[in-house]
Design a protein around this ligand. Structure first.
Ligand code: UDP
Length: 254
C-alpha cells in the first residue's frame, strides 16, 4: 500500500518546515510548495535526499495542479506583509471560505487558530517580540518594549504546535480549534526574563505601541484538550533552552 500524501504550502517557512518533518515522521509523503518570499531552502535542505519529500518553488496565489493523489492539504499561506487589517481579514476570509467548501462541497476541512509560537528556524528579524528580544539580548542591544509592556502574550514551543496540528488533522473536527500555550506573561516581564535567561547586560527601552496592538492574547485550549486530548508539554523556559543554540547561531549571522 502506498503512503498517504500531503501538500504543504509555505512548507519552507518556520512552521511549515516543522510540519513537513512531522508528516514524514508519521509515514506521510510530503509535497512542499513555497515561493521562498519569507521561507528559505535552508529550512528544508536536510529533507532533499528523502524519497518521500519533494519541493516545488511556486507562488500559491497562482493556480497549481499537483499530479497524483493528495490526502491532505496544509495551507500555511498568510501574507505577513502589509497593514495588520489586511492580514487579519485574510485569516477571517480563509476560515469563511474553508467552511463554505466544507458545507457546500463536502470537502473534509480542518481550521487551526495558531497562537504565538517560537523555536528553531524562526526568522530573527520578522518583527516579533520573542526573536527580537533574544537577538537584542545576545548582542547586548537595548530591548525594544512597545508601549509600557503591560500587554500579555503566551508563547508555544514549535514541537507542541505541530503536534496539535497533526492531532487536529487526524481528527474529524471541522470547527476551528485553538492551538497555543495558555501560560500568559506581560511583554515587560518577558523582556526581563529574556535578559536574565541570556545573562545579558541589555536594558529595556520603551517605544510607541503599534496601532491596534492586542492587550491580551491567550488561547482558550479547552476544545483542543477535549477533542484532541492535546495540551502543550514544553514550558516557555524549556522551549527557550531548546531553541537557544539556534538563536545564538542566527544572531551571529545576522
Ligand atoms: N513587541 C515589542 N517589541 C518588539 C516586538 C513586539 O514590545 O520588538 C510587542 C508587540 O507590540 C506585541 C507583543 O510584543 O504587544 C507581541 O508581538 P508579536 O509581534 O511578537 O506578536 P503578536 O502581536 O502577533 O501577538
Amino acid at each position: 500500500m502506498s503512503n498517504k500524501r500531503a501538500v504543504i504550502t509555505g512548507g519552507a517557512g518556520f512552521l511549515g518546515s516543522h510540519l513537513c518533518e512531522k508528516m514524514l515522521e508519521n509515514g506521510i509523503d510530503v509535497v512542499c510548495i513555497d515561493n521562498l518570499l519569507t521561507g528559505s531552502v535552508d529550512n528544508i535542505s536536510h529533507l532533499f535526499g528523502n524519497d518521500h519529500f519533494s519541493f516545488i518553488k511556486h507562488d500559491v496565489t497562482n493556480f497549481i495542479h499537483v499530479p497524483g493523489n493528495v490526502d491532505y492539504v496544509l495551507h500555511c499561506n498568510v501574507n505577513p506583509i502589509g497593514p495588520r487589517g489586511v492580514y487579519d481579514e485574510a485569516k477571517r476570509f480563509a476560515e469563511a471560505i474553508t467552511m463554505a467548501y466544507h458545507r457546500f462541497h463536502g470537502v473534509e476541512t480542518r481550521i487551526v487558530r495558531i497562537f504565538n509560537t517560537f523555536g528553531p528556524r524562526m526568522r530573527l528579524n520578522d518583527g516579533r517580540a520573542l526573536p527580537a528580544f533574544i537577538s537584542q539580548a545576545l548582542k547586548g542591544e537595548d530591548i525594544t518594549v512597545f508601549g509600557d509592556g503591560s500587554q500579555t502574550r503566551s508563547f508555544c514551543y514549535v514541537s507542541d504546535l505541530v503536534d496539535g496540528i497533526f492531532k487536529l488533522l487526524m481528527s474529524d473536527t471541522s470547527d476551528p480549534v485553538n492551538i497555543g500555550n495558555p501560560e500568559e506573561i506581560t511583554i515587560r516581564e518577558f523582556a526581563e526574563e529574556v535578559v536574565r535567561f541570556t545573562g545579558s547586560k541589555s536594558k529595556l527601552t520603551f517605544l510607541d505601541l503599534p496601532v491596534d496592538d492586542p492587550k491580551v492574547r491567550q488561547p482558550d485550549i479547552t476544545r483542543a484538550k477535549n477533542l484532541l486530548n492535546w495540551e502543550p508539554k514544553v514550558s516557555r523556559n524549556e522551549g527557550l533552552i531548546k531553541a537557544l543554540d539556534y538563536f545564538k547561531g542566527a544572531a551571529l549571522h545576522s
